[in-house]
Design a protein around this ligand. Structure first.
Ligand code: MG
Ligand code: ZN
Length: 241
């Protein structure tokens, strides 16, 4: 374990602390949520100063979050992207992204069902995000608490697959509520799994009428182009670059 940041990860190469956002001493009188949100705010500001758009990428296990990132690099150069990969165990997804030359840092939460600002802060201490334009934080696969815990993101994106069923917006409205973009994945399977698109889109509209909706399929790499453009536009819009 690193005695400076308490990180339990194994470190490759040197172990300096780059781009330290700030070490936090938590006031016990403050609620945990308050301390988390304050740190998340600092992370967001820190990344904005560096021109890095941070994205909280959420979705159920197997919805296609990692595939989404893999496909994005067809339209956004891999060297512009850094990824923090959140999973309970394993570095399977990290290895997939490294095959695409994406700089990736793994966080294993073990039993933890979501990432928090402290975890992202620790990851940033071990990464060198400077020079990147996008930090994609792939949250733990879960449709509940990732939506409730701030992690320093500028925007939320949800990947929701046709195979999960038509009822997801109705059953898990909170995760869809504040998201900027909903990526409807495995679109090529919609007929096979009886996905009712009209109903799904109607339910979504009642929860979040503003969200950009893109329909993607890994069989059709071009289907990810709109999503990549949206992310690029969001960075320009938010940072006025
Ligand atoms: Mg994944
Ligand atoms: Zn959780």
């Amino acid at each position: 374990m690193c005695d400076k940041c308490g990180c339990e990860q194994e470190h490759e190469g040197n172990h300096e602390h780059h781009d330290v956002v700030g070490s936090k001493i938590i006031d016990v009188n403050k609620s945990v949520t308050e301390a988390n949100d304050e740190l998340a705010q600092q992370i967001g500001n820190f990344l904005k100063d560096k021109g890095i758009l941070s994205i909280n990428l959420m979705g159920a296990p197997g919805s296609g979050k990692t595939t989404f990132i893999e496909q994005l690099v067809e339209f956004i150069p891999a060297e512009e992207i850094a990824v923090i990969q959140g999973d309970l165990e394993s570095d399977i997804d990290k290895k997939r992204l490294e095959k695409k030359n994406i700089h990736t840092f793994q966080i294993n939460t073990h039993s933890g069902c979501h990432l928090n600002a402290m975890m992202v802060n620790k990851a940033l201490m071990h990464m060198q995000p400077s020079g990147k334009k996008y930090l994609i934080i792939e949250n733990v696969g879960n449709l509940v608490c990732p939506a409730a815990v701030q992690i320093g993101q500028h925007i939320d994106i949800v990947v929701s697959s046709t195979t999960e069923g038509t009822d997801k917006p109705k059953k898990y409205p909170v995760i869809f509520m504040n998201t900027k973009m909903i990526v409807l994945s495995k679109y090529d399977l919609k007929e096979a799994v009886g996905f009712e698109e009209t109903k799904y889109l109607e339910d979504l509209k009642n929860i979040n009428a503003e969200a950009k909706i893109v329909k993607v399929s890994s069989k059709d790499p071009e289907s990810f182009k709109d999503a990549a453009e949206f992310i690029r536009d969001e960075r320009e819009r938010l940072f006025k670059v």
